[in-house]
Write a protein that binds this ligand. Sequence first.
Ligand code: ATP
Ligand code: MG
Length: 409
Amino acid sequence: MKYSKLFPKTLKQAPSGAESINHQLLIRGGFIHQEMAGVYTYLPLGWRVLSKISDIVREEMNAIGGQELLMPALEPKENWVKTGRWQSFDVLFQLKSRHGAEYALGPTHEEIIYPLVVEYIHSYKDLPLSLYQIQNKFRDEPRAKSGVLRGREFLMKDLYSFHVSDEDRNNYYEEVGKAYLKIFKRTGLPVVETKAGGGTFSDLSKEFQTLTSNGEDIVMVCTNCHAAVNRELEQNIACPLCGGKLEEKKAIEVGNIFPLKTSFAEAFNLKFTDKDGKQKLVSAGCYGIGISRVMGAVVEVGSDERGIIWPESVAPFQVHIVGLDLDDKAVKDKAEEVYKLLQAEGIEVLFDDREISAGAKFADADLIGIPYRVVISKKTEDKLEVKKRSEKETEFKTLKELIEITLSH
Ligand code: ATP
Ligand code: MG
């Protein structure tokens, strides 16, 4: 992609009211545009990042047998009345059509997926079943001021699994937990697993939290064995694992997993015939990851005073070519050639081909945060001046060496 063509360009300043780091840097870098509090357009750069995160999540969900589908965001009121959540779900967006019908805008999808699977699950042979989607969710959040960390419309992965027994469900729950650790490792996001209260319908829910002073959640972390527990559960008590001292830390909840009790199965009469011929309620679990929140969390933990520092796995591009002295035909031809050759190797490249000052180009490269910056100028001759966004030193490399480094990750 040529930067001269990319929509839009960077901004010198974040709009007033953008207080958190992810909010400021994602807006200034041209990743997101705020439409109103908690509602964003994901611009081409931001959408590339979200797509990479989504693909990692997809791969790991498919690897544990998850099947992807897409459910509607518009949900019928009756289903929410059935579960009692039309009244009790505090952040539910409720809307009335011009013809008087009422709907919920989906904040989560138990009210769609239970009535869906009830038509197809009849026997133990139909189980287990694991379905997920990646979709915009809607929540009428009272405070939506931490950029993409808390949206009123936001991108979430939600997986639902259905089983013949609590035991089978618990085994799968452990598998999903392991898949989550892989996902966060691959996205470059450090997480701790915390035990949480998890609302009204779970036995043992687990949250995946990224520790950062900019988080809205507070978790208790053991100073001795580093186990983490949710504050609601374990206020001022010693570590449940080793008895060590617990310390308060701020954190961002990027994912969680809930074993659902049978309340939804009862509300929608989700039963199956077991091997012994008896009718039983289906045991289920639900598992969420805030895809757009993950993007925000990656920025919160990976930035400096100049801009974002993307991990290679979720960066919008791998290489950022800064072309200087482009009025010199030999330099321009070389930059164009390197741009083409890198792309031919399958490497994603952003080429800053604009006729502006070197200083402005360097500032933009730091703000956008692509892992490898490659300067091509009169001075670089037949070499490339390569600098990692996360490091200070520049090194001169051949094209072959640059290709090797970028492809090795
Ligand atoms: P929180 O306590 O932060 O409100 P939650 O407990 O309501 O989160 P879930 O309903 O389990 O979260 O949603 C699954 C995941 O979706 C969360 O772990 C989080 O990563 C993400 N998420 C939840 N609410 C939001 C939001 N308003 N904006 C962005 N992501 C969100
Ligand atoms: Mg919430």
